[in-house]
Design a protein around this ligand. Structure first.
Ligand SMILES: *Cc1c(COP(=O)(O)O)cnc(C)c1O
Length: 398
């Protein structure tokens, strides 16, 4: 009949077929959207047995739903994990994973260059429940090891980091975590499983903002966590069920659909990003370009070791600081001035005043988010058109 999931498939095949089988009820080849809140039980006894966990079955969409499950299965498959759990946003996945591991008085050691929302969660929101997150420079793993104490419940890293494109050695962090008997959590949003598979490098949990490359079309907000089955089951029946940060069936369906083209999208994002990074590198209005694929990136060797490609995100510093950056962003015609990333459309933004405005000004400078730093999510348009647009906009800077 075909369409039978095989663990030996190459990743581009997994992207197309990883959600597995046809719909059992109808044979539908496209995954149906099970747009329902509740599921009828065969009998009172069957209902009671499902509640007790003695029988497989669906109860209520806050706990599970076949469309959500199709997305979860595929993500687990792509990341090489045992199980996955979808959430209503990347932040719901990240906060859910941390809350499931910590209680008041505990702490987490994290890298210091993070998505602005994660930084806000770690430094403002979680401390209200006395969960402290110690943010340290993770580009040197010794800083992470030094910050661990008896109350540390996890290590959390983002690599490549949003928006500086600095990298952290996943294998080294995993070794440190396991020496202390705690899990390593990796935010894999930027590279996606197509270019980086943290679980295979020793990480225990992977989280994503599926809003970005996983969905890929800028039409949905979603998140996902992948890890061991026991951990994911606990997360589902604990934090997800009780806090309720679930994904809708329609959004889960959009992600399954998005994943089908993940491989070819990521290839094109990367090809375009490489050309644009090389173009920007020698532009007289640009001070520096941060892209792991450039041999000038200080961690290019680590990128080659732990990633199979360098992705589609670039940041660069324009000469003339904030004012020059504003001129550039106000002058683009093809590229859209907007936050978010990983869409088929190219997007440009200013981290210092937008996605990373949750950092205190002195902390921004300390992690390398300068006034003139611009973040570009390179889309899949023709690279010549993107370069022409950047060229005309950079020329407007005096
Ligand atoms: C966007 C983003 C998040 C947050 O995800 P949402 O889907 O917006 O909640 C987390 N981590 C990274 C790296 C991101 O880019």
């Amino acid at each position: 009949m075909g369409h039978k999931v095989n663990k030996n498939w190459k990743i581009s095949t997994m992207c197309v077929h990883g959600a597995g089988g046809y719909d059992k009820a109808t044979g539908a080849v496209g995954k149906p959207i099970y747009q329902t809140s509740t599921f009828a039980f065969e009998s009172a006894r069957a209902g009671a047995e499902i509640f007790l966990g003695e029988r497989e079955g669906y109860v209520y969409t806050r706990i599970s739903n076949p469309t959500q499950e199709a997305f979860e299965k595929e993500m687990a498959f792509l990341e090489g994990g045992e199980a996955a759990l979808a959430f209503g946003s990347g932040m719901a996945a990240i906060s859910g994973v941390i809350m499931s591991l910590c209680k008041n008085g505990d702490n987490v050691v994290s890298s210091d260059t993070l998505y602005g929302g994660s930084h806000q969660l770690f430094t403002e929101t979680l401390p209200r429940w006395d969960i402290q997150v110690r943010e340290v420079d993770g580009t040197d793993c010794r800083n992470i090891a030094d910050a661990i104490d008896k109350k540390t419940r996890a290590i959390y890293i983002e690599t490549p980091a949003n928006p500086t494109m600095s990298l952290i050695d996943i294998e080294q962090c995993a070794a440190i975590a396991h020496k202390h008997g705690i899990p390593l959590i990796v935010d894999n949003t930027f590279p996606t499983p197509y270019f980086q598979q943290p679980l295979k490098l020793g990480a225990d949990v992977v989280v994503h903002s599926a809003t970005k490359y996983i969905g890929g079309h800028g039409d949905t907000v979603a998140g996902v966590a992948i890890g061991k089955k026991d951990f994911i089951d606990e997360l589902r029946m604990g934090i997800l069920r009780d806090m309720g940060g679930i994904i809708s069936p329609l959004n889960a369906w959009l992600l399954v659909r998005g994943l089908k083209t993940l491989a070819i999208r990521m290839e094109r994002h990367q090809e375009n990003a490489m050309q644009i990074a090389k173009y920007l590198q020698f532009h007289p209005k640009v001070n520096s370009v941060f892209y792991p694929g450039l041999t000038t990136h200080p961690q290019h060797a680590l990128a080659k070791k732990q990633m199979s490609g360098f992705g589609g995100m670039i940041s660069f510093e324009v000469k003339g600081g904030r004012k020059a950056g504003e001129t550039l962003m106000n002058s683009v015609e093809l590229i859209t001035l907007a936050v978010s990333l990983g869409d088929v459309d190219s997007l440009i933004e200013h981290p210092g005043s937008m996605t990373h405005s949750t950092y205190a000004p002195e902390d921004l400078a300390a992690v390398g988010i300068t006034e003139g730093l611009v973040r570009l999510s390179v889309g899949i348009e023709d690279p010549k058109d993107i370069i022409n647009d950047l060229s005309q906009a950079l020329n407007k800077i005096n």
